[in-house]
Design a protein. Structure first.
Length: 205
């Protein structure tokens, strides 16, 4: 049975993610230490809040090194959700400039939409499949998912982008992947059938 560690760093709704994974038959648990993490086959970094606060928490709780070892050295499957995806970037610009984990080259910036368009982007929207691989394998041509965010990742390398979403006339990156590491700007745990299908793919990769 697949075992998934949900990283506890004080910035995410871990229970809703755990519930979704358990529906799919996975064993999901909240990881508070590096020892917890090493018990898992794969890991998820959820996140809600500000980029700088999240990176501060990851550093203060001693997560940066263990997560990097788990995903980048041991090459175990890793998924960042919402803010968790943004933290995979080189830099975030929310309330100043902050260094991210740097696993994907690029910058997290505020959504560039007209002033009359509401930010945060909140609610249901389509994820258009750019590359039908990884999380989006079998999803064609799009999936409808649930978003809550004001910032989005701008990738330096377009080859890591597998899904995009349009909001207010602006197209932003909503799914990224490289080898064993994935990111979803939306909340798959709140996205009903499409979200469960995407989480199921993560459990299979």
């Amino acid at each position: 049975m697949t075992t998934v560690a949900l990283i506890d760093y004080g910035m995410g709704n871990l229970r809703s993610v755990r519930n979704a994974l358990e529906i799919l038959g996975a064993t999901a648990f909240i990881a508070s230490t590096e020892a917890d993490l090493q018990r898992a086959d794969r890991a998820i970094l959820p996140g809600v809040g500000a980029f700088g606060d999240a990176m501060k928490n990851l550093h203060e709780r001693g997560w940066v090194g263990p997560l990097t070892t788990f995903a980048m050295e041991q090459k175990k499957p890793f998924l960042g959700i919402c803010l968790g995806m943004q933290l995979l970037a080189t830099t975030g610009t929310e309330f100043g400039e902050h260094k991210g984990l740097g696993w994907f080259d690029g910058v997290v910036r505020k959504l560039a939409v007209p002033v009359e368009i509401r930010v945060p982007h909140m609610g249901w929207n389509d994820v258009t499949v750019v590359q039908s691989t990884g999380l989006l394998q079998g999803v064609a041509p799009r999936a409808t998912c649930y978003f809550v965010h004001s910032f989005a990742f701008e990738a330096t390398d377009a080859s890591v982008v597998t899904g995009t979403t349009e909001y207010g006339g602006t197209t932003f990156v909503s799914v990224i992947e490289r080898e064993n590491v994935f990111g979803a700007q939306f909340h798959p745990e709140k996205s009903q059938k499409h979200g469960l299908a995407i989480l199921k793919r993560f459990l299979e990769v």
